[in-house]
Design a protein around this ligand. Structure first.
Ligand SMILES: N[C@@H](CCC[C@H](N)C(=O)O)C(=O)O
Length: 278
């Protein structure tokens, strides 16, 4: 815990931020210390008894980059990479003067990422993240039996694992009951480390629609790495150009592939600051 107040006991200061509706509780570890981040992630993420979020992200100093992101899913499991989180950490670090220029580096569990800020009135408005190289991790596509039904997916690693499933119509995508079936996808024996599952409808060569069931957090309004994985799968399959807009339940992300590296561009926003009691 990071503080003690004689009226309320132990408390932790945080800022809630969201990127395309993927919301996390962020703690500024340039100033604060979080001792049991997995337990804290479970507590803060609870939408009734906590702050309410898709997980916890610590914004930390780094020995090897300008800033470090340390992320935890809502179930307390550690995530190696978080696309939406990286934009929020970048915005926070830039707006709070922890980084001094518009281009800087971020340490993540999936290596060092290069960030480029597009500022407006001195604050980060759009954030570009070089997500690095993606890798296809399955047959192309691979058949799988999920809850008695045969499906096809494309496995993609973007620093964390994804399985991308095509859906035939936008209506079918909108009507999917992920709360009912999501866990069958996440915890299938084909994925011993569990997996983030994306369901996509390709509208045309420049637009795809996506819903996601995230490993460790369930359905979220967006997943940055999932958007990159989905865009990459459609590009490799020849269905989309090398620049794609991904439409998510909570917003939009622009993903492009340049010299085999994936770039993600999008916004990040503050929601509120607070203190939570323990
Ligand atoms: N929401 C994230 C991904 C978070 C980690 C993921 N659930 C995992 O366990 O790999 C994103 O925006 O990329």
């Amino acid at each position: 815990m990071v503080g003690r107040n004689k009226e309320i006991g132990e408390y932790m200061k945080f800022v809630k931020m969201q990127g395309a509706g993927n919301d996390y509780v962020y703690v500024d570890c340039f100033k604060e210390k979080v001792e049991n981040p997995s337990e804290v992630a479970i507590k803060v993420s609870d939408r009734h008894f906590g702050v309410g979020s898709d997980g916890l992200i610590l914004i930390c100093p780094s020995d090897i980059a300008d800033v470090k992101m340390d992320m935890y899913n809502a179930d307390g499991s550690r995530g190696l990479m978080c696309g939406n989180g990286s934009r929020c950490v970048a915005k926070y670090a830039y707006d709070h003067g922890y980084v001094k220029s518009e281009e800087f580096t971020m340490e993540t569990g999936a290596g060092i990422k290069h960030i480029k800020i597009e500022p407006k009135n001195g604050k980060a408005e759009y954030i570009n993240v070089n997500m690095g190289r993606a890798k296809i991790t399955s047959q192309f596509p691979e058949k799988i039996l999920i809850n008695g039904e045969e499906k096809e997916f494309i496995g993609v690693d973007v620093g964390n694992p994804h399985a991308v499933y095509y859906v035939d119509t936008l209506e079918e995508l909108q009507n999917m009951d992920l709360n009912k079936v999501g866990e069958y996808y996440e915890k299938h024996e084909r994925f011993p480390q569990k997996v983030n599952s994306e369901f996509i409808y390709v509208e045309d060569r420049k637009n795809i629609h996506m819903r996601v069931w995230e490993r460790g957090s369930g359905e979220t309004l967006a997943c940055g790495t999932g958007a990159c994985a989905s865009a990459f799968a459609t590009m490799k399959k020849g269905d989309c150009d090398t620049s794609v807009r991904v439409h998510l339940l909570g917003g939009e992300l622009d993903i492009s592939l340049v010299d085999d590296e994936i770039y993600m561009r999008g916004r990040a926003e503050y929601v509120f600051n607070g203190e939570i009691n323990f």
